[in-house]
Design a protein around this ligand. Structure first.
Ligand code: PEP
Ligand code: MG
Length: 902
């Protein structure tokens, strides 16, 4: 065995040693400073301490072995390059110590400037600055202030108070009026504050200052605000920050100095041009603090044409090099331009599409890369109408943004009133504690839905998303009083007819009408904007990138739709069939009475009559849907929810019966209903008599549906259409269940289709964990599987999908048990594993088995990537999410190398 060698870990990189692809190790700032250095751009020399060093420090509570020596070596070479020593009394090198994680976390971590200044080097700095005492003392007081605050946790207000005091004594409000003597006095005051709070003198030793500042930056990774920001932005908690030690350059050395920020394109709209701000005679933190007003960057041309031209040249070079919008921070020190930072700039959703399109036109990137640079979340944002919040609107409550969009309208508290007012042409917002299937008509009629209970997979949320309707759920500050037709919130009482506005993206609720702008991107998908002939750069870019995504993707995209209108809209949005047609809504409304007859039937005869009455209605529903989806597959799911959901609630019924009895009325019918409801009552209806279980228990129910589907398909085909029905059995857990349903269905289908040429596939949902684990057996009886990831998540985790999100998910998110609700994005490790097992074992048993997903995850960007990787054939999602799924399926299919779109 070879002798063990201890190779010292490399913790420090000179700027010349790094490059832009080393963000994991050097953080975004360090990697890009290195890249600019190697491009030959004017970057002040420096070095980067790696995220590895930070992680080691945070785990053990001390700097890793070797770090101190490596810092020493790099400091020495920096001193040689600058021909100055850190804190040298006569001619000091000063450095800034800056945080910089892999992902930008603006303002969340620490920075200390002017490290190396002390009672002696302040004099040397003044000499360096041509005898500018004021500048030197101002720099020193800034060091004590920043160092005190960030490194030693001295309360910042104390320094600010002392500064205000100095200005008051001078009779001024402006920092610039303080002269060198005033600032020297302020340094003394600051030192006293420092000593009072830390019990020690301000450290005079430059290297000690440096080491403490580095340690403070490491520690700032775990500052409370940084933790919160990471959680919000879904940045992993274990990345750590790098630390950049950079030689100081000064923008506050006089009118020929200054500092600024610039973007190579407009980050708001993506328009080409030069965008930025400049502040003469100032340091970067003055811009952030808003001490004086900045001027537009174009002004720099007049102030310092040489630097301006040089900056423009560098910006063009950076764009060409990064092939993307860059943002930049720079400083001019006495007419010399220095680049302090660059990165691929953040942008709005619209700018992301527009810029990606422009860069393709400019030949800087290809269409694959353009597709990689945008994402489904951005597209979704562009598809919803938005509030114009330029006026003074303050939200009165915040719930869960359950279905995005912006809607204003008159408040109503019942489905019936929503329908009435909508028929009169009024925009209404349906406000409920929570919705149930009976509210469907009201939900269709309303512009938006607001509930005070329920999470992202509550009835209101799922149905609203399905319709592309704005919904805020679980706004628990709102107290709904249906009998009084009011709700109260924060001291306001809102009655029926009062106007409210709800934002389904942010979950915010406003009183009054907030103006709304429609989405041009939806107009384009709807076909009312021709992308080739309109002068809208956003629509043109969306069209181009979507076309490319469609060409690239392997996954087909279907929709979940159960009406002709939804099917038609989804088709315009690019759906390639229906992956889930839920048949339960077809049993509501006028048909409720027939369903009651079915449930209450006392004998075979009565039941058959009820089914016979339902058959033509169902058939007509399917004919409409097959026509809209002509030539495309339509998966119709046999009825799933427990039957008692179609009956009135137990309590209400009991009260009605009691009251009627009291009045001496004939209550025979109500009593029969009540006893049926009592009989069918379940403690856990989600785990009770639903899905295939219902089909096996109620004779003729599934048979009626199968017949309606087959007859509808034959009718459409006889009319010259092309119907491709797929019958799907819900909630199967054992192959025997499916085999029983299949045997009956096959007989009916054979009888109905005859020689019409109609082909009907029979498959199953995989939504019970046992089905996933016995997929090999189930595949023997199924021509396709569709993963019902809503129930699979519910049963996989044992989380009631109607309750848990509002009840305790906040705590789970806070604890980091998961980063996002598993109902929203597939839990790849657990529930995803069930999908993987079922896909593999199903296909092993039946090669070519068609696989899809129709749970809510089918339209979730991250989940689409997972389903692509597992090898499903299609995803199915609500009509509005079809374009998002198309885009993400395209992104999943192209290579994943390239820039990070975060
Ligand atoms: C599912 O469970 O994922 C599914 C699609 O069925 P439903 O949401 O209707 O239960
Ligand atoms: Mg289900």
């Amino acid at each position: 065995m070879a002798a063990q060698e201890t190779v010292e870990h490399k913790y420090v990189y000179d700027f010349a040693e790094g490059n832009k692809d080393l963000k994991d190790l050097l953080g975004g700032k360090g990697a890009n400073l290195a890249e600019m250095t190697n491009l030959g751009l004017p970057v002040p020399p420096g070095f980067t301490i790696t995220t590895e060093a930070c992680k080691a420090y945070l785990t053990t509570g001390r700097e890793p072995d070797g770090l101190a020596g490596q810092i020493e070596a790099h400091l020495e070479s920096l001193e040689r390059a600058m021909d100055r020593r850190l804190g040298d009394p006569d001619d000091p090198l000063l450095v800034s110590v800056r945080s910089g994680a892999k992902f930008s976390m603006p303002g969340m971590m620490e920075t200390v400037l002017n490290v190396g200044l002390n009672d002696r080097s302040v004099v040397g700095l003044s000499a360096q600055a041509g005898g500018n005492d004021r500048f030197a003392w101002d720099s020193y007081r800034r060091l004590i202030q920043m160092f005190g605050k960030t490194v030693c946790e001295v309360p910042g207000e104390e320094f600010e108070h002392a500064l205000d005091e100095a200005k008051r004594a001078k009779g001024t409000k402006n920092d610039l009026d303080l002269d060198a003597d005033d600032l020297r006095g302020l340094v003394d005051a600051y030192k006293q504050i420092f000593a009072k709070h830390t019990g020690r003198e301000f450290p005079q030793e430059p290297r000690e200052q440096l080491d403490l500042a580095i340690r403070a930056v490491f520690d700032s990774w775990n500052a409370e605000r940084a933790i919160l920001y990471r959680r919000q932005e879904r940045i992993p908690a274990d990345l750590g920050t790098a630390v950049n030690v950079v030689s100081m350059v000064f923008g506050n050395l006089g009118p020929d100095s200054g500092t600024g920020v610039a973007f190579t394109r407009d980050p708001g709209s993506g328009a080409q041009g030069i965008y930025g701000d400049y502040l003469a005679n100032a340091q970067g933190e003055d811009v952030v603090a808003g001490i004086r007003n900045t001027v537009p960057l174009q002004e720099l041309e007049r102030l310092d044409k040489t630097s301006y031209d040089q900056l423009l040249g560098i910006m063009a070079r950076l764009e060409e090099h990064y092939k993307d919008l860059c943002d930049i921070e720079f400083t001019i020190e006495r007419g010399k331009l220095w680049m302090l930072q660059t990165r691929v700039g953040k942008r709005t959703a619209a700018a992301a599409f527009v810029i990606a399109g422009q860069l393709v036109d400019e030949g800087l990137i290809d269409l694959d890369e353009a597709l990689h640079r945008v994402n489904g979340a951005q597209l979704a944002q562009l598809m919803f109408p938005r509030f114009q919040l330029d006026h003074d609107f303050q939200p009165v409550a915040t719930g869960i943004g359950a279905s995005p969009g912006a809607a204003s309208g008159k408040v109503v508290f019942t489905s019936a009133r929503a329908v009435e007012l909508a028929a009169e042409g009024e925009a209404v917002i349906l406000v409920r504690r929570e919705t149930n299937p009976d509210d469907l008509n009201g939900m269709i009629a309303a512009k938006g839905i607001l509930t005070s209970r329920g999470g992202k997979t509550s009835h209101a949320a799922v149905v609203a998303r399905g319709m592309g309707k704005t919904c805020v759920s679980g706004a628990d500050e709102i107290e709904v009083n249906v009998p009084a037709k009011t709700f109260t919130v924060g001291g306001h009482t809102v009655g029926e007819g009062d106007v409210v506005s709800i934002d389904g993206t942010t979950g915010k609720v406003y009183l009054g009408e907030v103006p709304v702008m429609p989405s041009e991107v939806v107009q384009y998908f709807e076909g009312s904007l021709d992308p080739e002939h309109i002068d809208n750069p956003l629509v043109r870019a969306v069209h181009r990138i979507m076309t490319h995504a469609d060409a690239a993707r392997r996954l087909r995209v279907r929709t979940n739709a159960d009406t002709g209108a939804d099917a038609a809209r989804a088709r315009r949005f690019g759906a390639e069939g229906i992956g889930l047609c839920r048949t339960e809504h077809m049993f509501l409304g006028d048909r409720r009475e027939l369903v009651e007859r079915l449930i209450l039937a006392s004998g075979e005869r009565e039941r058959e009559d009820a089914l016979a009455a339902l058959l033509p209605l169902q058939r007509a529903d399917f004919v409409e849907i097959f026509r809209e989806m002509d030539g495309l597959p339509v998966t119709v799911r046999l009825i799933d929810p427990p039957l008692h959901e179609f009956l009135p609630p137990l309590e209400q019924l009991a009260v009605n019966v009691a009251v009627a009895q009291e009045r001496g009325e004939d209550v025979a019918k109500e009593e029969a209903l009540l006893s049926a409801v009592r009989r069918m009552h379940e403690e856990n209806p989600m785990l009770g008599l639903r899905g295939v279980r219902l089909g096996l228990v109620i004779p003729g129910l599934f048979a009626m549906q199968v017949r309606a589907i087959a007859e509808a398909a034959v009718a459409v085909v006889r009319d010259g259409g092309r119907a491709c029905p797929e019958i799907m059995v819900p909630l199967v857990g054992a192959v025997q269940e499916l085999e029983t349903v299949r045997a009956e269905a096959e007989k009916i289908i054979a009888e109905v289709v005859g020689d019409s040429g109609v082909e009907v596939l029979i498959g199953t949902m995989i939504e019970v964990p046992r089905a996933a684990l016995t997929a090999g057996q189930i595949a023997e009886a199924a021509e396709f599987f569709s993963f019902g990831t809503n129930d699979l998540t519910q049963m996989g985790w044992g989380f009631s999908r109607d309750d848990v999100e509002g009840a305790f998910f906040w705590r789970y998110l806070e604890l980091g048990i998961f980063g996002i609700s598993p109902f929203e994005s597939i839990d790849a490790d657990g529930v995803g594993r069930l999908v993987r097992i079922a896909a593999e074992e199903g296909r092993a048993a039946r090669p070519g088995l068609k696989l899809g997903v129709c749970g809510e995850h089918g339209g979730d960007p991250d989940s689409v990537h997972f389903f692509h990787e597992v090898g499903l054939d299609y995803v199915s999602c609500s009509p509005f999410r079809v374009p998002v799924a198309r885009l993400e399926a395209g992104r999943a299919a192209i290579s994943t190398t390239g820039s990070d779109s975060r």
